[in-house]
Design a protein around this ligand. Structure first.
Ligand code: ADP
Ligand code: MG
Length: 857
């Protein structure tokens, strides 16, 4: 007998004994304290049987809330005991239902939602509308205005980012179940999704297996069929004899008779079908929201409010592109009349998404180009060749080409706006440094923004060292560290250098370079702000701290943004606005295909460094079978004893950062205690504060940590030269581009780098992807493959912040992309500032869409 069965028996017995605590010898508490663990284990095993995975956390939490291991039953009054046991029974009941997939709440009959849209209109919808509007019930009202949505339900919706009626209208189904084909009962086929309409001959509470449920006999002119609902005895009450009912579901066979088991059902009244007999929408759910309810509510929203949506698309565009009206598209995407209309609805809404995206991007480009002219830099060839001469290497052809593209831009009186894509290690930083040097040579300030402190620090060090490499005699690199120590702080920590003065020899004057990060002591920050404002600093390297409003430049001429996919467009333009229309160079190591780049970064010109410096070794990549783990560990061991370092990445758990953290911590402890007992391990995860993360990375870089166990936060740009092994657990869960980024963390110097991919489950598809990782070492190719295999949503993940949501549009659908781009350009030519009266709704929608994007992560 399992722990849970035993618990049930004990509770049952306890009820029988009138809550006298006589069910088990020694008392219930003692029993529970001993068994709680076992019961929980048993629960964990049982969870596999639950299909609706979003229920799982809820079940576990509510179990933990029962707190059986610390029960205090003995001290309760009879009433309290009764209530307490009932709580546990309720929970057990929920568990059962969850396993059967029947955890559905009771149905409420009366609902506004069930009234049909058209009928509503006929029945004097205007009166209702007026009443509504007087009460201020519009699209922006909270969803609680919809009948049946309580504040607690609204909270659950909030987790899905659905707060207003408009949000609910834009909460799209993931797919539909086709219950539209009605069959006569005699023609039902086992194993297929079908719908019947019949009369209820009889309905009663019945014992099904061991538990109570509802059993009904339903018939039509061709025959009868048994229909059962497990665990829902309360349904029997709703089913009056002779009522007409629609049943949709899969037919199975039981003892050679056909039967519907827990099908969708709906009584046939004078209202439109929502759950049966049609294409039934399937929504993405969160814990505590049940399909039947959600359908009822979206139907309520569609019927009550969809007509209020203002169609912002100009009608010529709708005609030209044969698009549905907005209200109609919204109604059809939720409750389509047929598959074709579902597709057309999706087409219209996807068009909107891309169109707004494209218009926004074009508007930004217009704004920059039409605002003030940019600053034309004088390009001093002498400075450039001196700089290049001092480098310990020569530029690759790709670097040369990109450099020329950038120089050409910088010479123009129009601000540069360029995206530089290039593999990890392709040498973007040198190019950026040279551009910053040119800016300084022209008497302008330059800024470089990186997504993390560690990266900013790294850039700062590199730029200082590039710029201080001089061939003249007088070269000095005067660093004045520890301004923090004046105020008595951080003197014991490793010296943090905030500003450096380089007598570069490239220029007549010396250069002052500064590092500005959020973690700086406030005094220093204020002083740096001052110096930046007065133009005493020539080049500032920093994090988000650069775009805080306190930061004002004296004369910003060039802004460089590294790892652009980590920043939203808003941060990009925030930095841009720090200057007087400065030149902007954004860099990324996560390349994207050109067509998509045109849509997403249509405001930028594109450059690519598509070649690695010569002699750059390829990181040897191998995927392993689970049984090879020991071998992998001893490999890591050997590498560490040869003075190398390693990363171990823990599996990605997308649903929950908390679970991810738990998994990483457990893995870290296991590895420290059982596998690498003699080595120094470190742990890095996303829930750490910025400074905690920085500290760990600093220790790792300093070699004080041999193996860094980390969640996926280690992804971008970190440079730890001695790291030679990257081991990725649960490798199949990551995208190819992400794996490629991980792998770029090792083999950064002469020594061979290794990447070990450790999958958890190997589907054929996963095998194929991991094999690509072994053989393909070109980030562009991998990015294309990634897009093909996983689609853009996954590809961009949450990184693509600042852009309007793309829920339906596919960035891989080149045909649509081109169509939309063309329409956007045409519109822009006729009315560049959207000033015309007929474009006002569009203009509003545009700022709304881009505003929402502003909630960047
Ligand atoms: P990215 O920022 O594109 O990832 P970096 O600019 O950090 O790449 O360059 C990676 C490493 O390669 C640095 O150590 C840099 O000094 C070196 N490097 C850059 N360009 C060249 C080149 N043309 N030949 C040899 N080494 C180079
Ligand atoms: Mg870089």
């Amino acid at each position: 007998m399992t722990g849970i069965d035993s618990l049930k028996n004990v509770l049952w017995l306890e009820c029988q004994k009138d809550y006298t605590d006589k069910a088990v010898i020694g008392g219930l508490d003692k029993y529970l304290h001993k068994q709680a663990e076992e019961i929980r284990r048993c629960l964990m095993q049982g969870l596999n049987e639950i299909n609706m995975r979003e229920l799982i956390p809820q079940l576990i939490n509510s179990f933990d809330e029962l707190n059986l291991a610390n029960s205090n039953y003995g001290s309760y009054s009879a009433d309290e005991r009764k209530r307490w046991i009932r709580n546990i029974c309720d929970w057990l009941d929920k568990l059962e239902k969850a396993k059967d997939g029947t955890l559905v709440p009771e149905r409420t009959e009366d609902s506004l939602s069930s009234r049909h849209y058209k009928k509503r209109k006929e029945k004097g919808a205007t009166a209702i509308v007026n009443a509504r509007q007087q009460q201020g019930e519009g699209l922006d009202s909270p969803i609680t205005v919809i009948r049946g949505i309580t504040p607690s339900v609204a909270n659950k919706f909030a987790r899905l980012n659905v707060r207003t009626v408009q949000d609910l209208l834009y909460f799209f189904p993931r797919r539909y179940v086709d219950y539209s084909r009605r069959k006569p009962i005699s023609e039902l086929i086992e194993g297929e999704e079908q719908t019947i309409i019949g009369t209820i001959w009889q309905a009663k509470v019945a014992t099904l297996g061991k538990r109570k449920g509802t059993e009904a006999i339903v018939g039509d002119e061709t025959g009868n069929i048994r229909v059962v609902w497990f665990n829902q005895p309360y349904l029997a009450k709703s089913f009056q004899t002779n009522a007409r009912i629609v049943i949709s579901g899969t037919v199975s066979e039981f003892k050679r008779h056909k039967v519907f088991e827990s099908p969708e059902w709906e009584l046939l009244g004078d209202k439109e079908l929502v759950h049966t007999g049609r294409l039934v929408p399937v929504y993405p759910l969160t814990q505590g929201l049940y399909p039947r309810q959600v359908r009822k509510w979206t139907k309520g929203a569609v019927d009550g409010y969809a007509w209020q949506l203002e169609d912002f698309l100009p009608s010529q565009i709708k005609t030209r592109c044969q698009l549905l009206d907005l209200s109609n598209a919204i109604a059809q995407i939720h409750y389509p009349d047929d598959q074709t209309l579902a597709e057309r609805a999706k087409g219209r809404l996807a068009f909107d998404e891309l169109f707004l995206l494209q218009l926004g991007v074009l508007a930004r480009k217009r704004d920059w180009q039409e605002s003030q002219p940019g600053n034309a830099f004088h390009i001093d060839q002498e400075v450039i060749s001196r700089f290049l001469h001092c480098l310990p290497f020569t530029l690759t052809q790709a670097q040369e080409r990109v450099l020329q593209e950038i120089l050409t831009d910088l010479k123009q009186a129009k601000a540069m706006s360029r995206l530089l894509q290039g593999e990890v290690g392709s040498g973007k930083t040198v190019i950026a440094t040279l551009a910053l040097l040119i800016a300084a040579a022209n008497g302008y300030q330059g800024a470089l923004m990186a997504p993390t402190e560690v990266l900013a620090e790294q850039h700062y060090t590199n730029i200082c060292s590039y710029l201080s490499q001089v061939s003249t005699q007088e070269h000095t690199l005067q660093l004045y560290p520890g301004q923090g120590s004046e105020s008595g702080e951080s003197s014991s920590a490793a010296p943090r250098i905030e500003t450096a003065r380089c007598y570069t020899g490239f220029l007549a004057q010396s250069l002052t370079i500064a590092l500005l990060t959020g973690g700086l002591n406030n005094n220093i920050k204020v002083r740096l702000h001052d110096k930046i404002r007065q133009g005493e600093i020539d080049i500032v390297v920093g994090t988000h701290a650069l775009i805080q409003k306190e930061v004002e430049f004296n004369k910003l001429g060039l802004a460089v943004i590294d790892e652009q996919h980590r920043f939203g467009v808003l941060q990009r333009s925030a930095l841009r606005q720090k200057g007087f229309n400065p030149h902007v160079l954004v860099m990324t190591a996560t390349p994207i295909p050109r067509t998509m780049a045109l849509t997403l970064y249509g405001d930028l010109d594109l450059s690519a460094i598509d070649e690695l410096p010569p002699g750059r070794q390829v990181v040897k990549t191998k995927w392993l079978e689970p049984q090879d783990r020991e071998k992998a560990y001893s490999f890591l061991h050997r590498q560490v004893s040869n003075g190398r370092q390693a990363f171990i990445i823990c599996p990605l758990i997308e649903e929950s950062e908390v679970l991810e953290l738990k998994a990483a911590t457990t893995e870290f402890e296991r590895l420290s205690k059982e596998v690498f007992i003699d080595l120094k391990l470190g742990l890095l995860h996303g829930q750490m504060s910025g400074s905690e993360k920085e500290a760990v990375m600093r220790h790792f870089r300093a070699g004080e940590i041999d193996i860094l166990v980390s969640t996926s936060v280690v992804e971008v740009g970190i440079d730890v030269p001695k790291a030679s092994v990257m081991m990725v657990e649960g490798a199949e869960r990551f995208g190819l581009s992400q794996l490629h980024q991980f792998r770029g963390r090792v083999g950064r110097d002469k020594e061979q780098g290794y990447c070990l991919l450790m999958p958890e489950k190997l589907s054929t598809e996963a095998r194929e992807r991991l094999r690509l990782m072994e053989n393909v070492h070109n980030g562009f190719v991998l990015a294309e493959k990634d897009l093909e295999l996983r689609g853009p949503g996954e590809f961009f993940g949450t990184h693509q912040s600042g852009l309007p949501d793309l829920k339906l549009a596919k960035l891989t659908d080149l045909h649509s992309l081109e169509l939309v781009r063309q329409e956007a350009i045409t519109l822009f030519q006729s009315d560049p500032n959207l000033k015309k009266a007929e474009h006002q709704p569009l203009r509003q929608q545009l700022s709304r869409a881009w505003d929402r994007g502003a909630e960047w992560s």
